[in-house]
Design a protein around this ligand. Structure first.
Ligand SMILES: *[C@@H]1O[C@H](CO)[C@@H](O)[C@H](O)[C@H]1NC(C)=O
Ligand SMILES: *[C@@H]1O[C@H](CO)[C@@H](O)[C@H](O)[C@H]1NC(C)=O
Length: 298
């Protein structure tokens, strides 16, 4: 009788242990499925929302420079999934983070008010930092609404000098130090300052530029996207091919200067040679339309 009881006890114990292992495994498994590879969690989110139909970063639409109350309202009502806006410190007191692009130094909307509106929507935001001084107070404001923000948050700054770049980049070490700890679930968008001259040969991104960037990003935990200037891409293919190979956390965000002369055919090389999850296109509406209509675009 005692032996039978003992056997039963062992049987129940074993079954419980095995069952917990299975539950644990399934939980981990579903977690990794729902998150996907790191560079894709923005796509995953909008796919879940049904605002994109497939995991293709070219299907993400951008709203630009939502740096005023009226622009933000328009952005929130529009179809773009991601809202891009610039952040700097107000020129006069109170010197709080505001939504503005230099040379402006004032705005009718502070970052705090901007975030207050964004939390009511399921759109994502890309905050483009134009001054180092704005970073720390902005990260504090962001922390205050973390629980309420639904969409992805991208934190952007130019942190290295790039081709023909004349603006001073934000100090990469200070920027990353202030941002990295407080944005574990964000996408870091880290770029080079650039320039473009219609009347000259415009050099592409050099090996030194991509090597420097990779060194800075290697130890980060977040997905990183590199904003790259569309008109320079055709002369920088080898460099970006190398860069994307260094980590599956890395992606590109192709952007354009308003007056750059861009041949959209040049972008096909990228579209065809990299996973569609790894290249975002933040271009003018007319350029996107033209790009998507090209014979080689699939
Ligand atoms: C802000 O910009 C205005 C207009 O360009 C300028 O007159 C003013 O001096 C600037 N203020 C600061 C504090 O830089
Ligand atoms: C890019 O992709 C195209 C089409 O798939 C292929 O023909 C070409 O060799 C690739 N180029 C490079 C540089 O990988």
């Amino acid at each position: 009788m005692g032996l039978v009881k003992h056997k039963w006890y062992r049987f129940i114990l074993c079954t419980t242990v095995i069952a917990s292992f299975i539950v644990c495994y399934l939980k981990l498994h579903s977690l990794s499925i729902s998150k996907g590879p790191m560079s894709e969690h923005t796509l995953e989110y909008f796919l879940d929302k049904g605002t994109i139909q497939r995991k293709d970063a070219a299907d993400i639409e951008w709203y630009h420079a939502a740096n005023s109350k009226s622009k933000l309202t328009e952005a929130l009502q529009g179809s773009a999934q991601m809202i891009e806006a610039d952040v700097l410190l107000r020129g006069q007191d109170p010197k709080v983070p505001i939504m503005a692009h230099p040379p402006d130094n004032d705005s009718d909307i502070t970052l705090q008010d901007f975030l207050k509106e964004v939390v009511k929507s399921d759109k994502g935001i890309k905050l483009d930092f134009k001054s180092l001084a704005a970073v720390s107070p902005s990260m504090t404001l962001l922390e205050e609404v973390r629980d309420q923000l639904q969409g992805p948050v991208w934190i952007n700054a130019d942190i290295l000098p790039g081709p023909r770049g004349t603006a001073t980049p934000l100090d990469p070490h200070v920027f990353l130090q202030e941002v990295a700890q407080k944005s574990e679930n964000d996408v870091l968008s880290l770029g080079w300052t650039t320039g473009w001259d219609v009347d000259a040969d415009n050099p592409g991104y050099s090996w030194e530029m991509v090597h420097q960037m990779e060194e800075l990003c290697r130890s980060l935990k977040q997905p990183v996207t590199f904003p790259v200037r569309a008109a320079l891409l055709h002369v920088s293919f080898s460099q970006f091919q190398w860069l994307l190979k260094q980590s599956d956390r890395y992606s590109l965000t192709v952007w354009t200067g308003k007056y750059d002369v861009l041949t959209v055919e040049d972008l096909l090389l990228y579209r065809q040679n990299f996973s569609k999850t790894r290249i975002y296109y933040d271009l003018l509406e007319s350029q996107i339309k033209q790009f998507k209509g090209l014979p080689g675009y699939t």
